[in-house]
Design a protein around this ligand. Structure first.
Ligand SMILES: *[C@@H]1O[C@H](CO)[C@@H](O)[C@H](O)[C@H]1NC(C)=O
Ligand SMILES: *[C@@H]1O[C@H](CO)[C@@H](O)[C@H](O)[C@H]1NC(C)=O
Length: 303
């Protein structure tokens, strides 16, 4: 009783000091960084532009940064196919570090491939701190198939399929084709582990980089959304960090069944035990959700 009183008395002056008019550059909101998916751009009024507007409408005063990779929308779209992912991540890290509005930390929301790229940002660049990462239809164990390209980008898809078939793990294709950098061939596990420039690195396939493990665990929450009728991502379980079992291309394993989790090479098992992993499912095809679903399921993580 006396101890409680003492605490209250000691706390009182502190409360008085902090309850004054504190200057908050973000109006009491947590800034949000968006990274678009393949074939999309920062500012498409029908996709990222609409989502940015929708969130700004729901959370008054929020700063939403929709990442543009390159100098304009055309470059941004092309870079989603052809610019080395490690380079993109490093560009984004620099950009975020230089934005004064993000100094106090930010939430991040990645769409499709933008989700695994933002996870790399969390693992490699802890400053400014990412608080919550929301992966919307991301491919955290990569893809083994590209059944359909989203939107208007089908002409690129034929090109990509040809390149991947000619050898996803050859140096030339790896370096110049974004999708090859998260191509995960369960029948050629050795090649994947050895030559995948991006995904095998961030998923700790070659070595366990303790920095990646430590940084990822700094997240307050890691939310993964899977689309139950997804026709773009193959296999769809990758959206929850699951994948095909190694050595065959039929049977799946969940994140919890994987070596990555069992050996806890990335800290995901620890995060799971701490209640930091959130698995959400949404009815519908790739990235197809309603504002109602978004507001009910994702908005609470952004407040
Ligand atoms: C906070 O609100 C003020 C006034 O509405 C606005 O001018 C300012 O840009 C807002 N800050 C951010 C980071 O959006
Ligand atoms: C681990 O990751 C950090 C951050 O990206 C990097 O600086 C370091 O070189 C990596 N270490 C290894 C062994 O790959």
């Amino acid at each position: 009783m006396t101890a409680t009183l003492l605490c209250l008395l000691l706390a009182a002056p502190v409360l008085l000091v902090t309850s004054g008019p504190v200057r908050d550059p973000n109006n009491g909101t947590v800034p949000l960084v968006l990274w678009h998916g393949m074939g999309d751009s920062c500012c498409n009024p029908l996709s990222m532009g609409a989502i940015k507007k929708m969130i700004e409408g729901e959370i008054s005063g929020i700063y939403v940064l929709s990442l543009m990779i390159g100098k304009n929308v055309v470059q941004d779209t092309e870079n989603g196919f052809f610019l080395d992912v490690n380079e993109q991540v490093s560009m984004v890290c620099n950009h975020l570090a230089q934005d004064p509005k993000l100094k106090g930390g930010y939430n991040a929301m990645g769409f499709s491939q933008g989700a695994q790229f933002l996870r790399a940002v969390a693992q490699r660049c802890p400053s400014p701190p990412m608080k919550t990462l929301i992966s919307v239809g991301g491919q955290h164990q990569g893809v083994y198939g590209l059944p359909r390209c989203p939107g208007e980008s089908s002409h690129f898809c034929d090109l990509i399929r040809k390149a991947l078939n000619s050898g996803a793990y050859t140096a030339l294709v790896q370096k110049h084709l974004v999708q090859a950098q998260y191509w995960h061939d369960p029948l050629n596990d050795d090649l994947y582990k050895k030559y995948s420039l991006f995904l095998a690195d961030v998923n700790q396939e070659r070595v366990v980089n303790e920095t990646y493990k430590k940084n990822l665990q700094l997240l307050e929450k890691f939310v993964m959304v899977k689309f139950l009728q997804d026709t773009v991502v193959d296999p769809v379980d990758t959206e929850w960090f699951g994948f095909l079992k190694t050595g065959q291309a039929k049977e799946m394993e969940t994140l919890q069944e994987s070596v990555l989790y069992k050996e806890d090479r990335l800290g995901l098992a620890a995060m799971d035990k701490a209640g930091k992993l959130v698995f959400l499912a949404s009815e519908g095809d790739h990235l197809q959700f309603t504002q109602k679903w978004f507001n009910a399921n994702l908005l609470p993580y952004l407040r």
